[in-house]
Design a protein around this ligand. Structure first.
Ligand code: AMP
Ligand code: GLY
Length: 421
């Protein structure tokens, strides 16, 4: 069958790479893709948010499965449109994508099913929100309800800072409609963990563990980013904890969504806080993590395509996935200045030499070809990924590959995986 992957980041490159190796895939398209994806797929110049264009392309090219990478087209209803037209899709409906598109909706689901999560209030007006802040005190977390490109969560150390955040969102229109409602919640302590499961509406199949590093600087310092690296397995997600997360968080969510008439189909990504061994849900995402997906795909031995089809068809009960025992680690190379303003267009050399190292795969995120040159076009640009018997060895290999890349316009953290090494 023909497969269409939507998106242009490292996550989508990893998905494209895995799908292009499937014995069931005759042709893989990527829209819009990037310079790396062009080596594994046919890139189509249609943006990930051009729902009309994507729908028309899938229809006229007889695409058998559309794999939607990022959250925005999911929240906008791309999966619904395709499914209504008889096209198979990996990714949830708009109603189910509210698990990422609305933090207040996720809290409602938690309330219905007693999923452990931070205590909270939700507000559309400033006065009651400020009363709540006074009552609860600081530190406290203020969140825009809707999608805010990862910038909608304000960790406020004082009530004053929290008040500024609330006013920015509700009065200052800081995030537009996404900030027209705010969720104010308890600041949880503990260690963060990510958890991924495939869900077909009814059955949830947990994936192996993977963890990212969100801060830009070594030692997990500095501003938040989309993720500066990731590794798998993540020692914090032990087998007993996996069982508890499935029982206490994932399964109740899957049942609640089905019960509400919006069954969840796709990958469900839970952001969790683990304190004294107890998981609490921080947030849901309705897509793979980026760059967590890159380490998951590196370790996946099974054919990805039948698994994604089983998610659509409701056949996960009969599916299991095989994984490499080896660990995987990915280092994000970002453009100088990221996550702030960064320069575009700088030339990158040495990617081929890095890719030639044993166990190494360089996934592309923000790259393009300018004539023969490979140039940076985004904030996160390359994901230098390695597979090796241990996380420590995967780390050594990944950094050898990083050092083979000649890109003065970029930087990376030097300590990815430190918690696990
Ligand atoms: P979210 O997008 O909701 O996952 O929030 C982004 C980041 O903010 C998370 O990865 C956490 O590091 C942090 N965070 C969010 N909510 C809380 C909370 N209630 N307590 C502590 N940290 C939080
Ligand atoms: N790496 C975090 C995310 O994809 O949201």
């Amino acid at each position: 069958m023909k497969v269409l992957v939507i998106g242009s980041g490292g996550r989508e490159h990893a998905l494209t790479w895995a799908l292009s190796a499937s014995s069931l895939a005759d042709e893989v398209f990527a829209a819009p893709g990037n310079a790396g994806m062009a080596e594994d797929a046919t890139c189509i110049d249609i943006g990930a948010e051009d729902l009309d264009g994507l729908h028309a392309f899938a229809k006229s090219n007889d695409v058998g499965l559309v794999v939607i990478g990022p959250e925005a087209p999911l929240v906008a209803g791309l999966a619904d449109r395709l499914v209504d037209d008889g096209i198979k899709v990996f990714g949830p409906s708009a109603a189910a994508a509210r698990l990422e598109g609305s933090k207040a909706f996720t809290k409602e689901v938690c309330d219905r099913t007693n999923i452990p999560t931070a205590a909270y209030g939700r507000f559309t007006d400033v006065a009651p929100a400020l009363d709540y802040l006074q009552k609860v005190g600081a530190p406290i977390v203020v969140k825009a309800d809707g999608l805010a490109a990862g910038k909608g969560v304000i960790m406020a150390e004082s009530v004053k800072d929290a008040e500024i955040a609330v006013r920015d969102m509700l009065e200052g229109n800081r995030f537009g409609d996404a900030g027209a409602e705010v969720v104010i919640e308890e600041w949880l302590g503990g260690e963060e963990a990510s958890f991924f499961a495939l869900v077909d509406g009814e059955t949830a199949l947990p994936l192996i563990s993977a963890q990212d590093h969100k801060r830009v600087g070594d030692g997990d310092s500095g501003p938040n980013t989309g993720g500066m690296g990731a590794y798998s397995p993540a020692p914090i997600v032990t087998e007993p904890l996996t069982g508890r997360i499935m029982d206490e968080v994932i399964e109740p969510t899957v049942r609640a969504m089905a019960g509400m008439g919006c069954p969840y189909k796709g990958v469900l990504y839970a952001g969790l806080m683990i304190e004294d061994g107890n998981p609490k849900l921080l947030e849901y995402n309705v897509r793979f993590g980026d760059p967590e997906c890159q380490v998951l795909m590196m370790r996946l031995m099974s054919d990805l395509l039948p698994a994604l089809l089983a998610v659509h068809d409701g056949g996960l009960k009969h599916m299991d996935l095989r994984w490499h025992k080896d660990a995987a680690l990915t280092v994000v190379m970002a453009a100088n200045g990221y996550p702030g303003a960064y320069e575009k267009g700088s030339e990158i050399k040495g990617v081929e030499a890095a890719n030639a190292l044993p166990g190494v795969k360089v996934f592309h995120a923000g790259t393009a070809r300018n004539g023969g040159k490979l140039v940076a076009t985004g904030g996160r640009v390359l994901n230098v990924t390695a597979l090796a018997p241990t996380i420590a060895e995967a780390q050594t290999r990944a950094y050898e590959a990083v050092d083979a890349i000649d890109w003065p316009g970029g930087f990376c953290r030097r300590d990815i995986g430190w918690r696990a090494v």
